[in-house]
Ligand binder design. Structure first.
Ligand code: ADP
Length: 246
C-alpha cells in the first residue's frame, strides 16, 4: 500500500510557543489512522496543518506524493482529501434527502441555489439516496435534518461529505458528544467508509480508537510520544503516564 498522506518535520509556532514540534507522520492508503493525546498536546493544531487551515512554520506535507504544503483547503478538497465539516453545513429546515442533493450539486460546482428548480435537484435523487442508505439514514430520508438525533445529524454530515467522493477523509472527533447507541452506529459507518478510503481522525473515545484504528499516533506537548497499533501504544510507559493513566 502506498502512503496517502505524509508530514515531514511539521512545526507550528504561535508567537514563540511551539505547539507542534518537528512531527513526521505517514498515513497508509486504505488505513484508519487515529491521532490521540492529552489536552493541549497539539492535535488540533496538527490537524489544522494537515487540512491546510493553518500554514506550518516549517516542514512539508505530501498527498499521494504531491506537495500540498502551500495548497488551500479548497485545493486539497479538489484532490479528494476532505475534512468532515468542510462542505457539510446541514440545513435544519431541509430534509435529509434535500441536504444530500444540495451537497452533490455543490460538489459538481453548480450554483448554490436550492429554490431554483425541483427538476434540477431531482437529477441527484438516485445518487443522494445511495449516500443516505450508506450512512444508515434510509428511514429518515424525508425527515427534517433539524429533527434528527445528534448522532444521525453527524451521519448526515458524513453523507454530505461523501458527496464529494473523497479519497481520504479527515474526521475531527467524530464521536464527540454522542450517546453510546450513536457511537456504535457511527463506528460501523466509519468502518464501512474505510473499505475503499483512507481515514485520519482525532478522537478522544479510546475504546472507539482501539476498535477502529489500524494505526495510532500519540501526541504530547507537540511531539510524537508513541506510534503503532493499540496493543503497542497502550503498553508504552510514556503513553500510560501522559495520557491513558491520567
Ligand atoms: P489539542 O487539540 O491536543 O488539545 P491544541 O492543538 O489545541 O491541542 O493546542 C496545543 C497548544 O497550542 C496549546 O497549548 C494551545 O494553547 C496552543 N495554541 C493552539 N492554538 C493557538 C493559537 N492560535 N495561538 C496561541 N497558542 C495556540
Amino acid at each position: 500500500m502506498q502512503v496517502a498522506l505524509e508530514a515531514r518535520g511539521l512545526t507550528k509556532e504561535f508567537r514563540g510557543f511551539v505547539a507542534v514540534n518537528d512531527v513526521s507522520l505517514k498515513v497508509t492508503e486504505g488505513s484508519i489512522h487515529a491521532l490521540i493525546g492529552p489536552n493541549g498536546a497539539g492535535k488540533t493544531t496538527f490537524f489544522n496543518l494537515l487540512t491546510k487551515f493553518l500554514q506550518p512554520t516549517s516542514g512539508t506535507i505530501t498527498y499521494f506524493g504531491r506537495d500540498i504544503t502551500r495548497m488551500s483547503p479548497a485545493g486539497i478538497a479538489r484532490l479528494g482529501m476532505v475534512r468532515s465539516f468542510q462542505i457539510s453545513a446541514v440545513f435544519a429546515d431541509l430534509s435529509v434527502l434535500e441536504n444530500v442533493r444540495i451537497a452533490l450539486q455543490r460538489a459538481r460546482g453548480e450554483s448554490y441555489d436550492f429554490w431554483r428548480s425541483e427538476k434540477v435537484l431531482a437529477r441527484y435523487d438516485g445518487e443522494a439516496r445511495g449516500h443516505v442508505d450508506d450512512v444508515g439514514l434510509s428511514d429518515f430520508v424525508h425527515h427534517r435534518a433539524g429533527e434528527l438525533s445528534y448522532g444521525r445529524k453527524r451521519a448526515l454530515e458524513i453523507a454530505t461529505t461523501l458527496a464529494l467522493d473523497p479519497r481520504m477523509l479527515l474526521l475531527d472527533e467524530p464521536m464527540a458528544g454522542m450517546a453510546q447507541e450513536d457511537v456504535t452506529r457511527i463506528s460501523a459507518l466509519i468502518r464501512r467508509i474505510a473499505r475503499n478510503r483512507t481515514i485520519l481522525m482525532v478522537e478522544h473515545n479510546l475504546s472507539v480508537v482501539a476498535d477502529l484504528s489500524d494505526r495510532i499516533t500519540v501526541l504530547a506537548r507537540g511531539e510524537i510520544l508513541a506510534e503503532g497499533d493499540y496493543a503497542t501504544v497502550s503498553k508504552a510507559p510514556a503513553v500510560i503516564d501522559a495520557y491513558i493513566g491520567a
